[in-house]
Ligand binder design. Structure first.
Ligand code: ZN
Length: 317
């Protein structure tokens, strides 16, 4: 049976199970309309592998362009595995991905949060956990994203990390948390489930007053990138500048130079080869050499960052 048909079966069993229905409508305060709209199901029996795997789980079909591509399950009752998606199915989907058709989207952890927010007319999708796969980041390009994760330690750390990831594709990323209460903070569902007055207006206020997250400075990464670019610099071009006043042999793709680093600079046999297919410099007298950055640093007795700077200034990278 296809996932589509299985979901339909699970939906039927859901509406027959008082236990499942009570859990979502009474404990979680979700409306019957929203449970129907999102085709929530419950797995009681079935001989196929999917049903065996999801037995006892409340199910939320994960859709992509109208097709069921996975099923998210939340175990009903006490169990160590409280939620899951089907293994061996690519996880490159978000729950309620169609929320991304709008410009502004709230990003939450779980499908139950999506249903809760939908019930109050908020547009959201869930990453089914707290780690967003790299392959999904581009979907948020230029969106206004509000990360609304659980207000607990792991949720807060995950939100900060995710914000930095999303800033690669959009400048508009906000982190929103429900005010914490003693013993831990709310997730979207628990917030709405226990709120008495105007919870939607309070969330609207939180969203509107949240501040955009700034990109972390990337000094380290920039330095690394510059260094790598420096490595790729043309050593022959560098050699022509460093040895412009000496009597070197120019073979076009390689130069043969008297090495200033051995025989106290009196070397006359031109044992320093610069260039060739590997784009490196090598002295057969010193038995030493390397890429453009190392070469400049070695010959001029300057540090690696200074060598990168020198290369940038002299030949441009
Ligand atoms: Zn040498």
């Amino acid at each position: 049976m296809t996932l589509e048909n299985l979901s339909k079966e699970y939906k039927k069993s859901f509406w027959k199970s008082a236990k499942a229905l009570n859990y979502l409508t009474i404990d979680r305060k979700l409306s019957e309309e929203v449970l129907d709209k999102f085709d929530v199901g419950y797995v009681t029996s079935g001989d196929d592998r999917v049903s065996k795997f999801l037995s006892g789980f409340i199910t939320f079909p994960v859709r992509n362009k109208g097709k069921t591509v996975n099923i998210y399950g939340r175990y009903l009752g006490d169990c160590e595995v409280s939620h899951t998606t089907l293994p061996s199915i690519p996880k490159d989907y978000l729950y309620n991905e169609e929320a991304l058709e709008k410009n502004a989207v709230i990003l939450v952890e779980s499908p139950i949060d999506v249903l809760t927010l939908d019930q109050y007319k908020f547009n959201s999708c869930a990453i089914m956990g707290t780690r967003l796969k790299n392959s999904l980041i581009d979907k948020f390009k230029n969106k206004l994203v509000f990360i609304l994760f659980d207000n607990d330690t792991s949720g807060r750390i995950a939100a900060i990390n995710l914000a930095q990831k999303l800033l690669q594709v959009t400048p508009k990323v906000h982190i929103v948390h429900f005010p914490s209460k003693r013993g831990g903070g709310d997730d979207p569902n628990s917030y709405f489930a226990r709120a008495k007055r105007l919870p939607d207006l309070r969330l609207k206020f939180l969203l509107e007053n949240s501040l955009p997250i700034k990109k972390k400075p990337v000094h380290k990464e920039r330095k690394k990138r510059e260094y790598l670019e420096g490595i790729d610099a043309d050593v022959v071009a560098i050699g022509r500048i460093l040895f412009k006043d000496s009597d070197y042999i120019d073979k076009g793709s390689e130069l043969w130079v008297s090495c200033p680093k051995h025989n106290e600079g009196m070397e006359r046999t031109r044992s320093l080869r610069i260039g060739g297919p590997k784009n490196v410099a090598w002295c057969f007298g010193c038995n030493k050499g390397g890429n453009a950055v190392f070469f400049v640093s070695w010959i001029l007795d300057i540090s690696i960052p200074e060598a990168v700077e020198w290369i940038r200034r002299e030949i441009g990278i």
